[in-house]
Design a protein around this ligand. Structure first.
Ligand SMILES: C[S@@+](CC[C@H](N)C(=O)[O-])C[C@H]1O[C@@H](n2cnc3c(N)ncnc32)[C@H](O)[C@@H]1O
Length: 455
C-alpha cells in the first residue's frame, strides 16, 4: 500500500530501529474482531451456538478475531445484536475504562457506537449513558446500534461539546473522548484515510482535540475519570496533547493502566517537559500486538467537589396517557417495564432516572423506546423487541439461524405459522430479532423497513 511520504519520514525519525518491524506490518492484512454482547448472551452460550472459527483476543474476555470470509456482519445473529464488529485494538479502550453499573457516563464522540455499546455491557442496564456525536448522520447510526444491542439506559444526542458542557457541568462519573483524529493507526483498515492525511491535518486534529478535551473536563465530577483515546500514532495528538492538557489543568493527573503486558508505555521522550505520569499512557502498536494502532490515556480529576443545580426531567404524571401501553404490556409481556416515562410526540420512552432536562438539546433517542401511541392502540418498537428475552414475552416464534424462515423474516415477508393471535416476538435460536403480528395463522412482518435484507 502507498503510504504518504511525509508520514514515512516522520515515523522513521520517531521510531529509529523500531521502524522496520513497524512498517513491515503494512504487508499484513488488517485484523478483524467481534465483541460479544453480554447484555444478550453469555460467552459459553455463544461459543456453543456459533459455527464461526473464532480466536480469543488476549485483552478482551468477550472479544474474538474472526475470518473475514465468514462475514459475521451478514448473519442473523448480527441483526439480533449478539455481537458488535469492532477492530480489536479499539476494544482495549473500554477494558481500560471499566465502567460500573449505576454510574453516569458520557461518550462524547461516540458514533458509530463501538465503545458506547461496550460501555453499556459493563453498565448492565443500570445508570445513565449519554452517547453523543456531532454529525447528524453518524449520530443516527449510533442510535441504531444502541437499539440493535438492546441497550435500555442510553440517551443518544447530536450535539456540540460546547452545548453539552453548558447543560452538564460537573455531572458525569466518567467521560470518554474517543477523539476524531488523523487515523494513522487505521491506514491498513481504511486506505482512504491516507488521502486525507498531511502534516497540517495532524496539527488541525490536535487543535480540535484540545477544544473537545477542554469542554469534556468541565462535565466531569471531582474524582471522576476522563479517558482519551485515538487511533493515530502522531505524538501531537497523543502524548504531547495530554501533556499540555495536564499542564493547563493541574487538577488532573494521569493514572497508570495495566490491562495487557504487550501494550506499550506512552513515550515521554516525545514531549518537551514531560508531566508526572505521561509514561502511564498506553500505546498499542501493530508490530507488538495483533491489532491496529491506538493510544489511550486515563486521567483523574482532583480538587474540591462542586455543587450544581440541574433542571429535572418532567416525566408523565397523568397515568391515563400510559393506558394503551399498559394494556399492551399486560397482554404481551410477563413483567411490565416501569420507570420514568416520557412522551416525545407519540413515542413513549423510559428515561434513565439519573437524566436531567433535555429541552433544547438535539436528542435522537431520549432513552429506552417502548413504542408508539397510535389511535387507541400501542405499537411496540423494534428497540423494545431487541431488548427483550424470549422468556419475557407471552408469545414468541423461534426459527433457527440457517432456516429459510429467518431469511424470509429479515426480508420483510409475511409467513404462515401456528400460534397465538396478536404480537409475537420473533427469535433466532432463542434470541430476539423483532416483532410479528399474528392473525389467523398469518404473521404480519414488523421487522423495520429500513433494516430489511435485500436478497
Ligand atoms: C474515532 S470516531 C469515534 C468512534 C466511536 N467512539 C466508536 O468507538 O465507534 C470520532 C467521532 O468524533 C466525531 N467528531 C468530529 N468532530 C467532533 C467534535 N468537534 N466534537 C465531538 N465529536 C466530534 C466524529 O463524528 C466521529 O464520529
Amino acid at each position: 500500500m502507498q503510504l504518504p511520504d511525509d508520514f514515512l519520514v516522520k515515523m522513521k525519525d520517531l521510531l529509529n530501529e523500531e521502524f522496520e518491524p513497524f512498517i513491515t506490518t503494512y504487508n499484513d492484512k488488517q485484523t478483524n474482531g467481534l465483541r460479544l454482547n453480554t447484555l444478550k448472551i453469555k460467552k459459553e452460550d455463544f461459543l456453543n451456538l456459533t459455527s464461526f472459527a473464532l480466536k480469543q483476543i488476549p485483552w478482551v474476555d468477550v472479544g474474538f478475531y474472526y475470518n473475514h470470509e465468514e462475514r459475521p456482519g451478514k448473519h442473523p445473529y448480527h441483526e439480533a445484536g449478539l455481537y458488535y464488529i469492532q477492530e480489536p485494538s479499539a476494544m482495549a479502550v473500554v477494558e481500560v475504562m471499566t465502567p460500573q453499573p449505576g454510574e453516569k457516563i458520557l461518550d462524547l464522540s461516540a458514533a458509530p457506537g463501538g465503545k458506547t455499546t461496550h460501555i453499556a455491557q459493563y453498565m448492565k442496564q443500570q445508570g445513565l449513558l449519554v452517547a453523543n456525536d456531532i454529525h447528524p448522520s453518524r449520530a443516527r447510526i449510533l442510535s441504531q446500534n444502541v437499539e440493535r444491542m438492546g441497550i435500555r439506559n442510553a440517551v443518544v444526542t447530536n450535539e456540540t461539546p460546547e452545548r453539552l458542557a453548558k447543560r452538564f457541568p460537573s455531572f458525569f462519573d466518567r467521560i470518554l473522548v474517543d477523539a476524531p483524529c488523523s487515523g494513522e493507526g487505521m491506514f491498513r483498515k481504511n486506505p482512504l484515510a491516507c488521502d486525507e492525511w498531511s502534516l497540517n491535518y495532524v496539527e488541525a486534529c490536535a487543535r480540535r482535540q484540545k477544544n473537545i478535551l477542554d469542554q469534556a473536563c468541565q462535565m466531569l465530577k471531582t474524582e471522576g475519570q476522563l479517558v482519551y483515546s485515538t487511533c493515530t500514532f502522531s505524538p501531537e495528538e497523543n502524548e504531547q496533547l495530554i501533556n499540555q492538557f495536564v499542564k493547563d489543568h493541574p487538577n488532573f493527573e494521569i493514572e497508570r493502566i495495566d490491562v495487557y503486558d504487550q501494550f506499550s508505555s506512552g513515550r515521554s521522550h516525545w514531549v518537551d517537559g514531560p508531566v508526572k505520569g505521561i509514561e502511564h499512557t498506553i500505546r498499542l502498536w501493530p508490530h507488538h500486538i495483533k491489532g491496529e494502532g491506538h493510544f489511550i490515556a486515563v486521567l483523574r480529576k482532583n480538587g474540591a467537589r462542586e455543587q450544581h443545580k440541574y433542571k429535572q426531567l418532567r416525566p408523565i404524571k397523568n397515568k391515563n396517557r400510559l393506558k394503551d401501553y399498559l394494556t399492551f404490556a399486560k397482554e404481551n409481556l410477563r413483567t411490565i417495564p416501569k420507570g420514568t416515562f416520557i412522551l416525545f410526540g407519540d413515542d413513549l420512552y423510559i428515561v434513565p432516572s439519573e437524566m436531567i432536562l433535555m429541552d433544547h438539546l438535539k436528542v435522537i433517542r431520549p432513552g429506552w423506546h417502548l413504542g408508539t401511541n397510535k389511535k387507541n392502540r400501542f405499537q411496540p418498537s423494534h428497540a423494545l423487541a431487541l431488548s427483550l428475552k424470549a422468556n419475557e414475552v407471552k408469545h414468541h416464534v423461534n426459527f433457527s439461524s440457517d432456516s429459510h424462515d429467518i431469511l424470509a423474516y429479515l426480508k420483510g415477508e409475511a409467513f404462515r405459522v401456528q400460534g397465538e393471535n396478536g404480537w409475537n416476538l420473533i427469535t433466532v435460536d432463542g434470541y430476539s430479532l423483532g416483532w410479528g403480528k399474528l392473525s389467523n395463522q398469518l404473521m404480519k412482518n414488523h421487522f423495520p423497513k429500513g433494516l430489511r435484507w435485500m436478497s
